[in-house]
Design a protein around this ligand. Sequence first.
Ligand SMILES: NC(=O)c1ccc[n+]([C@@H]2O[C@H](COP(=O)([O-])OP(=O)(O)OC[C@H]3O[C@@H](n4cnc5c(N)ncnc54)[C@H](OP(=O)(O)O)[C@@H]3O)[C@@H](O)[C@H]2O)c1
Length: 302
Amino acid sequence: MTTAGRTDPDGPVLVTGAAGGQQGSTGRHVVRILLERGRSVRALVHHEDERAAALAKLGAEVVVGDLREIQDTRRAMRGVRSAYFTYPVTDGLLEATGAFAAAAREEGVQRVVETSQLAADPDAGTPRMRQHWVSEQVFDWAGVGAVHLRAAVFFENLDFLLRAGGEGSELRMPLGPGGTVLPLVAGEDVARVAAGLLGHPRAEPPGSVVLLVGEVLTVGQVVQTYSGFGPRHVRYVDVPPKTWRRQAEAIYRDEHTVDHLDHLWALFRAIDAHHELYHVTPTIETLGGRLPIRLADFVAGG
Ligand SMILES: NC(=O)c1ccc[n+]([C@@H]2O[C@H](COP(=O)([O-])OP(=O)(O)OC[C@H]3O[C@@H](n4cnc5c(N)ncnc54)[C@H](OP(=O)(O)O)[C@@H]3O)[C@@H](O)[C@H]2O)c1
């Protein structure tokens, strides 16, 4: 454990997923933004590595632990009044939620901001989205001031798939025609909203569910954007779902991820472009303090 010397009258903000990863690195952005605002941050990392060292260098107190292990979570929660919870798309979300909610309740935490998915619902079309809804319920029952950030698809997700296929020149996804619509958001915008909500532990949250959509684009517009700013022309290749699944198993090496994405792409293929969730939400500006990052900005920023 590394301890930074900051003191904060509201106690440290506990941030999970703090090292960042393959998805949105939301936790890493939350740590940076809160430190920039003068808050003290306890950063929970899964592994002690160079990412953890970088967090300590920024000024965070770094603790190592597994979110599924109640002993680690209880230890990390000591003296905390507000916390950010995120758990990657892999097995164990409900185990981690249960441990985190129990530890937060025991410690008297007043605000937990957690990242969920745009269409979290008991009847949602992917098993992971249904798990997110259950997770939201558990946090609500715990009475820890939970706010659920229901986020659209992260830009980082597209970026990862693009880098994985055709050396960055092909976006190979089973999305049907190029006119298929995707609701999108930058991982950094999700983090900015989380930091906005965590920065004021005594302020009233705007509601327990916050929808986050930063941009709505067709797949054709996505590849056009990458072609306009990136080093090479990018084309979209509509791959059959079975082929995609086979390729995805090799890329992600995680059955949970592949299963979630397989169902998600099938939903996007089927959903009408005028779906009620396909709108840029004002929440990124009102709670995050600035207009949403556009895909073009994200790609141009490298
Ligand atoms: N991807 C999308 O498009 C998308 C869209 C909407 C919502 N979401 C939601 O966003 C969340 C993930 O976003 P993210 O930005 O946090 O993902 P991320 O960038 O992949 O980061 C995940 C972090 O969690 C850590 N971690 C993994 N297993 C852990 C464990 N057992 N105990 C403690 N830490 C652990 C990882 O550490 P190591 O790398 O060291 O293991 C990593 O630092 C998920 O809930 C997902 O459903 C994703």
